[in-house]
Design a protein around this ligand. Structure first.
Ligand code: DAH
Length: 338
C-alpha cells in the first residue's frame, strides 16, 4: 500500500512536470492547477486517504505529499510569473506609441501665405529655372555684360564661359513670362536664389525670393504702392508704417526700396532694426522701358511695376526668428513649432 502510494505520488509529479511545459497561457495554467492541485486532484485524494495509515506511514507519506505539493505550487507560481511577463511584453491592448506627422517647412508655409494674399488680388503664380543663363539673370534685365551693377549680385557660375549660373534673384522669371505672354499680366514668382554670401545669422548662400510683376496700359506707381501696402498689412496683420524711398535697380525706373516700421520694437528702435525703427524689406520699381523693348512690348503703350522680396527676411520678422540658419539646419524641434 505504502509503496503503491509512493509510486503514485512520483508518477503524478512526473506528469505534472511534463504537462506544465505545455502551459503557455492563463487558461491552460488554471486547468493544470485544477488537475494537479485542485480539490478533486489525485494529490488531494491521497491526502484524504492518509488517515487510514499507521503513524509511521502517515509520517512518511505525509512528508512526501507535502514536498510534492510544495513542488507543484512552486511550479505553478513560476509558470504564472512567466506567463505574466510574456503578457506585459506583448500586450496588444496597449495604445500605440505616438509618432510625429511630417509638416510643411516654415519657408514653404510662408510662401503659401504670401501667394494666397496675392491670389486675392488676382495674381497668378509663375516659375522659372534655378539654373539660369546670364542673359535672363542679367542682360535682359537691362544689366549687360560689364555693367557695374552686376557686382551687386555675387554670382555662383556653373560654366562662366557659357554664361550658365545659379540665378541670383527671381527677376529672370519676369523675362521668361513676358517672353511667353502678352499683357495684361499679373504674376508672382516664388523660388530659390543663390549668392556667394557667407553663411551667418543674416546671410545664406541659398535663400528664397518672391518676385512680382504687373503689366498693363496705365499702370502707375500708385498701383505698386497700393498692392504692396495691402500685402504688407495682410501679411503682418498689424498696423505697420510703410516707407518708399528712392533706390537703384537696372531693371526699374524709378526704383524704390520699401521699409516697414520694425515689427519687433514697433518703431521704437532695437538691435533688429539697428535702432532706426525701420526695416528694409523689398526692392521695387516701374519696369524699365529697355526691359519691355527686350521682350518685345511697346513701352509707349504698356507700363508696369515689379518687386522682389526675401522670404526668409519676411519669415524672420513675422515669427521673430533671429538667425537665418535655423531654416536650413533641419532641427525638428525648431521646425516643429510652426
Ligand atoms: N531682384 C532684386 C534683388 O534681388 C530685387 C528687385 C528689385 C526685384 C526691384 C524687382 C524689382 O522686381 O523691381 O535684389
Amino acid at each position: 500500500m505504502l509503496k503503491k502510494m509512493i509510486e503514485e505520488i512520483e508518477e503524478i509529479t512526473k506528469l505534472a512536470q511534463q504537462e506544465i511545459k505545455e502551459v503557455k497561457n492563463q487558461d491552460l495554467l488554471e486547468k493544470w492547477r485544477i488537475k494537479f492541485l485542485g480539490r478533486k486532484s489525485i494529490l488531494s485524494k491521497l491526502f484524504s486517504t492518509i488517515s487510514n495509515l499507521s503513524i509511521e506511514e502517515k509520517k512518511e507519506i505525509g512528508k512526501k505529499l507535502n514536498e510534492t505539493k510544495n513542488l507543484l505550487v512552486q511550479l505553478y507560481e513560476e509558470t504564472k510569473k512567466k506567463i505574466e511577463k510574456v503578457k506585459t511584453k506583448y500586450n496588444f491592448t496597449f495604445p500605440g506609441k505616438p509618432f510625429s506627422i511630417g509638416k510643411l517647412h516654415i519657408i514653404t508655409k510662408v510662401i503659401d501665405e504670401i501667394v494666397q494674399i496675392f491670389y486675392k488680388m488676382g495674381f497668378g503664380v509663375a516659375e522659372g529655372p534655378e539654373i539660369e543663363t546670364d542673359y535672363y539673370n542679367f542682360t535682359a534685365l537691362n544689366t549687360p555684360e560689364e555693367h557695374p551693377a552686376r557686382d551687386i549680385w555675387d554670382t555662383f557660375y556653373i560654366k562662366k564661359e557659357k554664361g550658365i549660373l545659379l540665378r541670383t534673384h527671381t527677376s529672370p522669371v519676369q523675362i521668361r513670362v513676358m517672353g511667353k505672354y502678352k499683357p495684361p499680366l499679373r504674376i508672382i514668382a516664388p523660388g530659390k536664389c543663390f549668392r556667394r554670401d557667407a553663411f551667418d545669422s543674416s546671410h545664406s548662400p541659398v535663400f528664397h525670393q518672391i518676385e512680382g510683376l504687373m503689366v498693363d496700359k496705365d499702370i502707375k506707381f500708385t498701383h505698386l504702392k497700393g498692392v504692396l501696402s495691402y500685402f504688407l498689412q495682410e501679411f503682418f496683420k498689424e498696423e505697420i508704417k510703410i516707407i518708399f524711398s528712392p533706390s537703384y535697380f537696372p531693371f526699374t525706373e524709378p526704383s524704390a526700396e520699401v521699409s516697414i516700421s520694425c515689427v519687433i520694437c514697433n518703431g521704437r528702435g532695437c538691435s533688429t532694426c539697428g535702432n532706426t525703427g525701420f526695416l528694409e524689406i523689398l526692392g521695387c520699381g516701374m519696369v524699365h522701358p529697355n526691359v519691355f523693348r527686350i521682350v518685345g512690348y511697346d513701352p509707349e503703350v504698356y507700363t508696369g511695376f515689379a518687386f522682389g522680396m526675401g522670404v526668409e527676411r519676411l519669415a524672420m520678422l513675422k515669427y521673430e526668428i533671429d538667425d537665418i540658419r535655423y531654416f536650413y539646419l533641419n532641427n525638428l524641434k525648431f521646425l516643429g513649432q510652426f
